[in-house]
Design a protein. Structure first.
Length: 198
């Protein structure tokens, strides 16, 4: 074989090895990305979708009253029970076992055998979940721990955390990431009132 032809063949071989290696790197990168999950933007988008379809607004967003009835007031989205509002007098006669539970007409305050609970502030403000870590959020959503703290009280009805505990990790992460992007609204929701104090 002529030395020039030999050199040419070696060059071809080296080129095909290096392009194989490039393809391998490309595949490795791709599967690593897939393993790590979605981009931040995709997480936030999915989180917004989940919050919309699960209906967190039902209990965490005050309502405005339209001709078609109450709808979530998106200017006050997810701020929880407004601290400037008060609750009407509670008729305890209708509350006994086997009788009724009560909601205020904005669906942000709830009265039942557990006492009185108020839809929490889920906005990105410090009075909402602005300072929360994902671990805290997970503890609240999966273990029903108020503020996501180990030693805190249980989260009261009608917060359906027993259902939310089944959310897949990625979905929970998405909801958390979306909530962190919400408009911050300063609102210290009133403290839960246990039955004897009601
Ligand atoms: C049926 C009503 C209802 C729905 C729907 C609901 N929540 Fe709640 N949630 C509540 C109430 C009431 C509380 C406050 C309970 C308490 O103070 O013990 C609460 C509390 C929480 C808390 C704990 C807040 C804190 O300060 O500890 C988080 C987090 C939370 N909700 C997230 C969500 C998310 C996210 C969704 C939607 C995926 C959602 N909730 C849907 C009623 C609801």
């Amino acid at each position: 074989m002529k030395p020039t032809l030999q050199l040419f063949l070696i060059a071809c071989l080296l080129f095909s090895i290096s392009s194989c290696k490039e393809k391998e790197d490309e595949y490795a990168e791709k599967s690593e990305n897939e393993e790590q999950g979605m981009t931040q933007e995709a997480l936030v988008q999915r989180g917004e979708y989940l919050v919309n379809i699960i209906g967190c607004d039902h209990c965490h967003t005050p309502k405005k009253f339209t001709e078609n009835g109450p709808i979530p007031d998106m200017d006050r989205r997810l701020m929880g029970f407004p601290s400037t509002d008060s609750i009407a007098e509670i008729n305890k006669d209708v509350l006994a076992q086997g009788k009724w539970m009560m909601f205020n007409n904005e669906l942000t305050a709830f009265v039942g055998p557990w006492g009185v609970s108020f839809g929490a502030n889920l906005t990105s403000d410090d009075t909402g979940i602005g300072t929360w870590t994902f671990e805290q959020f997970e503890k609240a959503m999966r273990e029903g721990k108020y503020k996501g703290m180990d030693n805190s009280r249980p989260i009261m009805p009608p917060m359906p955390w027993e259902s939310f505990r089944m959310l897949e990790e990625n979905d929970l992460k998405s909801i958390y990431e979306f909530l962190k992007t919400t408009k911050p609204i300063e609102n210290v929701v009133p403290a839960y009132i246990p039955p004897p104090a009601m």
